[in-house]
Design a protein around this ligand. Sequence first.
Ligand code: 4AD
Ligand code: MG
Length: 486
Amino acid sequence: MKPGIICFIIANFGVLKRNAFLGMMKRTKVKELLAAAPAGTDVMVKGWVRTKRDSKGIIFLAVNDGSTINNIQVVAEAAKFDTGLLKDINTGASVAVKGRLVESHGKGQRVEIQAAEIILYGKADPEVYPLQKKGHTLEFLREIAHLRFRTNTFGAVFRMRHAMAFAIHKYFNDKGFCYLHTPIITGSDCEGAGEMFHVTTLDLNNIPKNPAGGADFSKDFFAKETNLTVSGQLEGELGALALGEIYTFGPTFRAENSNTPRHLAEFWMIEPEMAFYDITDNMDLAEDFLKYLINYALENCRDDLDFLTSMYDKGLIDRLKFVLDNPFERITYTTAVKILEDAGRKWEFPVEWGRDLQAEHERYLVEVHYKRPVIITDYPKAIKAFYMKQNEDGKTVKAMDVLFPGIGEVIGGSQREEDYDKLLNRIRELGLKEKDFWWYLETRKFGTAPHSGFGLGFERLMLFMTGMSNIRDVIPFPRTPRNAEF
Ligand code: 4AD
Ligand code: MG
C-alpha cells in the first residue's frame, strides 16, 4: 500500500472517532444560540476560545465562532474532563463543545453551555500565540493581519464590510440596475493621472526594445501596453448606453505614492452609470444610495456598531443617524472657494479659484461650516478628468464630489460629455492617447445620450461606517507603498 493511502485511512479513522464522540450532533452557530435556542436543549458549538477562567474547579470558556461579536460561555467542571485536555485549551484554541444549554446566571448573557464533551481541534500555545487577552494596538495587529480576524475589532469590521457589500448589491438589484463586470486589465487610463501598475510578462532583466529605445510592447503578452485598471467607468459607460442602468463593484488599483490613512494602492470601488441621468439625478442617486447603506447598517449590524462605538468612536452611531436624517448640502466649487477665502483661517495649502481642494478645505466645509455632508459641483475643468461634461461657461465641468465628515471625499462622479467633438477636443487638449479611446468615442458617434455616474470608494465608506480611522483597518489585506504582505 502506498504511504499516501495509509495516511488517508488513519486521517479518516480520526474523523470517524470524533463524530462518534460527538454523537453526530449538528452544530449550531453562536449567533443562533444566543438569540433563539431554548434553554434545556442539547447543543453543539464549534469555535475558538477567546478567554479561559478557572474558578474553584469550574472552567469558564468564552467561545466565539465569528457569527457574532458575542461569545457563548461554556462551563466545564474540571473533575469531569481530562486534565491534559483542559490544560491545552487556552486563548486561541479551536474546540467543539457538546452540552446542555442552560439559563445563565452570569451578567450580559441569556444562556450558557454546561459542557458534557469537548474536543480540542487545535491548540494555541500561550507562550507564542500573539493574541492574548490584553488589548493590542491596531498597528501591531496590522503586522499580524493573518490573525487579526480573530479579534473583536476585526470580526466587527469585516462582518460589517460583508453586510455593506451585500446591501450595495441589494440596493442596485432592487432598483433594476445590472451588475456589469468590467475588466481589471486595461489598456487605457480612465482618470488620466498616469498612476497605473503595469501588467507585463516581458522579462524585466531583458526587455525587448523598439527602434526608439523604449520597451517593445508588441512582444508583450497582449501585444500592447497594459495596466491594472484605476476605474471601471469607461467600460461601465458602454454598458449603460445599452442596458440603461449598470453598476460595477470591483477592485481598482492606483500607484499613487500617498501614504495616508485614506489611500490604498488596491481598493474596491462601486461605480453606477446611468443613461438619461443629468447631474442632479446623479446627486439624488448618490445621496439616496449612501442613506440606504447607513440605514441598512443601523438595522442589521447593531451589535458590531455598538461595539465599535464603545471602543473606538463614541460619536459613531449618532453621526450615522445624523447623516441619515439630514439632507446633504449642495454647493458649487466657486461657492466653496468663497467660503474658504472668507473663513479667516490660515490654510496649509492655498485657496484660490482653479486650485484643487485639499483635505483640510473639505473637512472645514463639512465639519465646521455646514456640519453635514456636502456635495460640491462644477469644478474647474482643468483639475478634473477629460470625460466630464463641459458647462456653458467654458471653464467648469459637471463634476460632483461627495464629502463626508471625518473622511473627506467618499464619492467622485459627474455627468459625462456626450458630444463627440467636445470629447475628442478634450482628449487632444490633454494630450491623451486618442487611439486608446477609439471604442469609447464611438459611443458618442452612435446613439449618444446624456448620462452620468459616480464612484464610491468602498473602504472610504467603511471608514465612515465603522468609525475606524485608518483605511488599512477596513480592508482585510491592505496594499500600500512598500507593503504587500500576506
Ligand atoms: O474620484 P475618483 O478618482 O473617481 C473615479 O475614479 C471615477 N472614474 C468614478 C466614476 O465616476 N465612475 O475615485 C472615486 C472614489 C473616491 O471618491 C474615493 O472614495 C475612492 O474612489 N478612492 C480611493 N480610495 C482609496 N484609496 C485610493 N487611493 C483612492 N482613490 C480614490
Ligand atoms: Mg475624486
